[in-house]
Write a protein that binds this ligand. Structure first.
Ligand SMILES: NC(=O)c1ccc[n+]([C@@H]2O[C@H](COP(=O)([O-])OP(=O)(O)OC[C@H]3O[C@@H](n4cnc5c(N)ncnc54)[C@H](O)[C@@H]3O)[C@@H](O)[C@H]2O)c1
Length: 336
């Protein structure tokens, strides 16, 4: 099998995380890097070693890549993804897929018409903490009845663009998307949702969210997310409650669980595991390259991505209109 020839579009922070991982995969050739800021492309190419540089997506096409990683800011994902799929290339795009329903629909259409494979980067699914929760649920050791999730961000100051919805698409698309994605990943299809939100310190957008979800499985879950709480621990947590059982994550560092009464509480501690490994980035990249090389479903395909995109839009709609949304009906409408 020939090596997957990858070009990276957007040479900032997360691009360098993926480049480091992909550079260690023998099945991959990191061919080129493009960025509108020449110095950023040059810096990442130097980190990689012998990659070519360019400024535009078309520059990557000229380097004869077969796959692109789109790692530009949130509101600039849709056009390059659609263009690359139109060229028949495989696409790994960082979260979010899009920041509205129309953008998601354009990508879905392009993906269905393309011979290329589309994948959305949702690393949190494969974080060690969440892999463990998923395994406890799938093995039947933990049957979830209810859950409580939270994901806070410390401030909307550093960097300044995190306070600008024209760049992020909104706080939920920037940060909370990670926990929102875990909901259906862990507990299956959502039936209804309700979100109350306020603008506590931001003048531009909602920055405090309290959400309530019901699931077809009967699970009931809450998710709260604040953009301005400071960096006090814990800022990220999933707690799942079963029959005399609790499993909970502490940041991406630990899982603690007890599966029955009068049992030892077990802890798995990932403190000493490298960030990219325990954060799920290594596994998501490996699964994506597996799908390209061997066929089969990529880790977060276009249907998964559209489902998440619809969920985010419905949460914002609930917040703005202050009412419950019948999500089952929305999914039915979207499928047509
Ligand atoms: N999965 C995760 O944990 C995670 C973490 C961080 C960022 N992200 C996502 O990755 C994406 C990038 O975030 P980042 O933190 O790396 O940002 P960044 O600001 O560090 O890097 C973005 C790069 O894209 C370049 N760029 C911007 N617009 C461009 C354009 N039109 N054409 C070419 N280059 C352009 C910038 O010059 C910059 O080098 C965002 O969508 C973000 O949500 C995901």
């Amino acid at each position: 099998m020939s090596r997957t020839r990858i070009g990276i579009f957007g040479a900032g922070y997360i691009a360098s995380v993926h480049a480091d991982i992909l550079g260690q995969d023998d099945r991959v050739a990191l061919v080129g890097v493009a960025d509108m800021v020449e110095a950023n492309a040059t810096r990442l190419a130097a980190e990689i070693g012998d990659a070519q540089t360019g400024a535009t997506l078309e520059d990557l096409f000229r380097m004869e890549v077969d796959t692109v990683y789109i790692t530009t800011p949130n509101t600039t994902h849709v056009d390059p993804v659609v263009t690359a799929l139109g060229e028949g290339l495989n696409v790994f795009c960082e979260k979010p897929m899009a920041t509205d329903l129309a953008g998601g629909d354009r990508i879905r259409e392009a993906a269905l018409a393309s011979r290329g494979v589309y994948n959305l980067g949702m690393n949190r699914r494969y974080a060690y903490t969440h892999d463990k929760l998923k395994a406890l649920i799938e093995s039947g050791d933990l049957l979830p009845y209810s859950a409580q999730l939270k994901l806070n961000r410390g401030e909307l100051l550093r960097p300044a663009w995190t306070a600008d919805p024209s760049k992020t698409g909104g706080f939920l698309y920037e940060t909370t998307i990670h926990q929102i994605d875990l909901l259906q990943y862990l507990f299956g299809p959502i039936s209804t949702l309700r979100c109350a939100a306020r603008s506590a310190i931001s003048e531009a957008e909602f920055d405090d969210f309290s959400m309530l979800f019901t699931f077809e499985s009967g699970v009931v879950a809450t998710l709260s997310s604040s953009a301005h709480s400071g960096w006090s621990f814990p800022f990220e947590r999933v707690e799942i409650y079963g029959r005399y059982a609790t499993a909970m994550t502490e940041e991406l560092e630990r899982v603690r669980y007890a599966l029955d009464l009068d049992q030892v509480v077990r802890t798995e501690d990932y403190t000493h595991i490298a960030f990219a490994e325990k954060g799920g980035y290594v596994k998501e990249d490996r699964l994506f390259i597996d799908a390209l090389q061997n066929g089969g479903k990529p880790p977060v395909d276009v249907d998964d991505a559209c489902a998440l995109n619809l969920l985010l839009a419905c949460i914002y709609e609930s917040a703005h209109e202050n009412r419950e949304i019948d999500f089952t009906a929305r999914v039915r409408e979207a499928i047509g």
